[in-house]
Design a protein around this ligand. Structure first.
Ligand code: GLA
Length: 717
């Protein structure tokens, strides 16, 4: 029974394979969180309600500090998850338990809370994914009264970490354009740490993922394979906020809250209206960060990704953006396509520049007609050529944007977000279309549907290349104008879903100036995300490792390009090995690659295809710690289901003093089985070892000095 209501203790208990989450219903009908951690043996093992008291006579009560869903109510000393204004001006909520329902297979729980006086219902929904040790939460508000209610803040979930256990450390992902998903770590101290996106997209600066691990009394945190970690990720691609707060309560409670950002937010909940928050994914691991990541990966592959391609392998892609930029003429594209096909690419993607007067980023966005100078007979001759070479064809679009220098903007200046009496700030010379507007939505659906209907397109790279400014919607009633933050994202999801329904065999990639839209919301509607515009193979390692903390490797495209920011003069093998960490793409200018390089690349693509099922469908184990990118060695293992075969990729940044590289201890193999090893092992290493030996004594990869890489393959006999 994954979810139970225990009459005796008046408590809800939600269990997965290894975890348990519990909260109590108090005699005065409030919900108080009591437990999140390892699954315990007996029902009696779970904690009871704590005593309801205040530290000082003027402090909030324990029940409020530990509320399962803390709404602004009475004395509010910690972050609130819900704040509303009723039509008479009351800004205080009194939510009491009304009823609950369990789904037939007992993996979904709905608890209805109601305000004591006003017609507001708050439905807390919990879903369990016992096989992934994942719990998801979501909230729906319903106005059953006669007057509108203004929602000023609504988060998807909030929970206190176990108190009286010790100190916590926060791990999160931060970065900038070209330096995305860098692992950050900080000890949690009294006060709030706010991570957020407030520029109408997920953002490069922060990512809606968090992990909190318990520090030992000696001050050590969890590792990749040991220690307690509580983690979560929000399934949302607009303004978001995660608050980690340590409050000075009797127990020094650390609480995490996550949801839509309340920054500039307001929602008019009309009588009879409902408001649904995005889902928040939560997990607990007592085996460190590795298990936390693998549980998230499995959950994404099994439940989040759009079903059509979720179980399929990702094609090896070629994209010419890094090679030719906006200069996507038919002739050059055809030349590149021939070489890409010979190398083994399965999908050829034409990037920015194929439409309107788009010769740089200064003009043309919005005018989605094929440019007749670049493609005199339209796109079909190129598509036919690509298809005849045995590849699928993909195309770049940026539907949510418009250049002021475009026919679309000249015809509909009011379609872009703007304020009256304020000039509009452009970024990358473009403005954002107001997707809250129905007419804009229909226009976008119209041209995208036509594009996909008139061409044999198998793949869409959907870009979003600016941060927002002047987020105005002056045509809407005043009380709805701040709803754009939510309406925009919902319209985006809806648009993609409609296109997918009409064109079910088209794959979609989410991109945003590199990795600005890497989040689980996108992964619920798109098949993958673009990780970063930085394709330098060395810089990529920490970006990709950070990405893998929260998101499945399969959802991440990694291109081999000609970029060499570190003046690394990388070997082709190193460049490919770095891109083997997820779904492989190639983006170099193949017209400049020598015959020998093209031949070596073709071999490497063949090698990737052989191990692709392990990398894309298997489990990932980071064999070296999460890092900021300055360690000597980084290594990662991928393991197929049933522990039957696997791959290790190892990268040396530098090598000192004739030292051997570090021994790599493999993980989660069958200790009884014999494995055969092949690939880049030191010659002195045995090529047949038991799973136990591979895990206990490890292997030494053959790494030769600066910027060298190794690929080791192993298979159960
Ligand atoms: C963004 C993307 C790139 C490329 C350009 C095109 O920067 O991240 O991959 O598509 O836009 O303008």
């Amino acid at each position: 029974m994954p979810i139970q209501f225990l009459e005796k203790g008046q408590s809800f208990l939600l269990t997965t394979r290894n975890t348990a989450y519990a909260f109590h219903l108090t005699p005065d009908a409030r919900l108080v969180h009591t437990y999140y951690g390892a699954k315990l043996k007996f029902l009696e093992d779970y904690p009871l309600l704590p005593e309801n008291r205040s530290l000082a006579s003027f402090n909030a009560e324990t029940f409020d500090m530990l509320a399962e869903f803390p709404a602004t109510s009475r004395v509010m000393e910690t972050e609130s998850a819900l704040q509303v204004r009723f039509s008479d001006g009351t800004r205080d909520l009194r939510l009491v338990y009304d009823s609950h329902t369990l789904s037939e297979n007992e993996d979904e729980l709905n608890i209805l809370l109601r305000d004591e006086h006003y017609g507001l219902g708050v439905n807390l929904r919990y879903r369990l994914y016992p096989d992934c040790d994942i719990l998801t939460r979501q909230v729906t508000l319903t106005n059953s009264g006669a007057e509108a209610i203004t929602v000023e803040k609504i988060m998807s979930g909030s929970f206190p970490l176990p108190y009286e256990r010790g100190e916590f450390r926060l791990t999160h992902l931060a970065g900038t354009w070209a330096t995305e998903t860098q692992v950050q770590r900080t000890t949690v101290t009294p006060g709030q740490k706010v991570l957020e996106g407030r520029l109408n997209y997920t953002g490069h600066a922060h990512n809606p993922f968090f992990a909190l691990d318990l520090l030992s009394q000696e001050g050590y945190g969890a590792t990749e394979s040991s220690g307690e970690v509580w983690f979560g990720a929000l399934q949302w691609s607009g303004n978001w906020k995660t608050v980690v707060e340590q409050a000075h309560t009797p127990f020094r409670v650390t609480r995490v809250s996550a949801g839509i950002n309340d920054y500039d937010f307001s929602w008019q909940l009309e009588p009879g209206g409902t408001f649904e928050t995005p889902w928040l994914t939560l997990g607990y691991s007592r085996e460190g960060f590795g298990t936390a990541s693998r549980n998230l990966h499995r959950y994404q592959l099994n439940y989040v990704l759009p079903r059509r391609f979720a179980a399929e392998l990702r094609p090896v892609l070629y994209n010419s953006w890094e090679a030719v930029g906006f200069n996507v003429r038919e002739e050059v594209q055809m030349q590149l396509a021939e070489k890409a096909a010979k190398m083994g690419a399965e999908l050829f993607v034409i990037d920015d520049g194929w439409f309107g007067e788009r010769h740089s980023d200064k003009a043309g966005l919005g005018d989605w007609e094929v440019n007749p100078q670049k493609f005199p007979n339209g796109l079909n001759p190129l598509i036919e050529k690509v298809n005849s070479l045995g590849m699928q064809f993909g195309i770049w679009v940026e539907p949510e944007m418009v250049n002021p220098d475009s026919d679309l903007y000249r015809a509909h200046p009011d379609w872009a977000y703007h304020f009256p009496n304020r000039s509009s700030t452009t970024k990358r010379n473009q403005l954002i279309l107001n997707l809250s507007r129905q007419d804009v939505q229909e226009h976008l659906f119209g041209w995208l549907d036509r594009l996909l209907s008139e061409h044999n397109i198998s793949y869409v790279k959907w870009d979003y290349n600016r941060t927002i400014s002047e987020p105005g919607w002056p045509e809407a009633p005043l009380e709805q104008q701040r709803e754009i933050w939510v309406r925009h994202v919902r319209a985006l999801y809806n648009l993609v879903d409609r296109l997918r329904a009409r064109h079910p065999d088209v794959m979609f990639e989410a991109c945003s100036g590199g990795g600005g839209r890497a989040d689980m919301g996108m992964l619920a509607h798109f098949d993958h995300t673009w990780t970063s515009d930085n394709t330098d193979p060395l810089d990529r390692l920490p970006i990709q490792q950070g990405y893998s903390l929260a998101y499945a490797p399969k959802t991440m495209f990694c291109w081999v390009t000609d970029m060499d920011l570190n003046k690394g003069n990388y070997s082709l093998r190193y460049r490919f090995h770095s891109s083997f960490m997820g779904s492989l793409g190639v983006g170099g200018n193949l017209n400049h690659w020598s015959e020998a390089e093209l031949a070596e690349a073709a071999q490497l693509v063949t090698e990737y295809k052989r191990i692709r099922p392990i990398i894309q469908q298997g489990e990932q184990f980071r064999l070296t710690p999460l890092e900021k990118g300055d360690r000597e060695l980084m290594a990662v293992q991928y393991l197929a289901a049933g522990q039957s075969e696997g791959v290790v990729l190892a990268f040396n940044r530098r090598q000192h003093f004739w030292r051997n590289p570090q021994r790599l201890l493999l993980q989660n193999l069958d200790p009884e089985a014999l494995y055969t090893l092949s690939g880049d092992l030191l010659p002195s290493e045995p090529v047949r070892l038991s799973g136990q030996a591979l895990m206990e004594r490890g292997i030494l990869p053959q790494l030769d000095g600066l910027l060298s890489s190794a690929l080791i393959y192993f298979k159960k006999e």
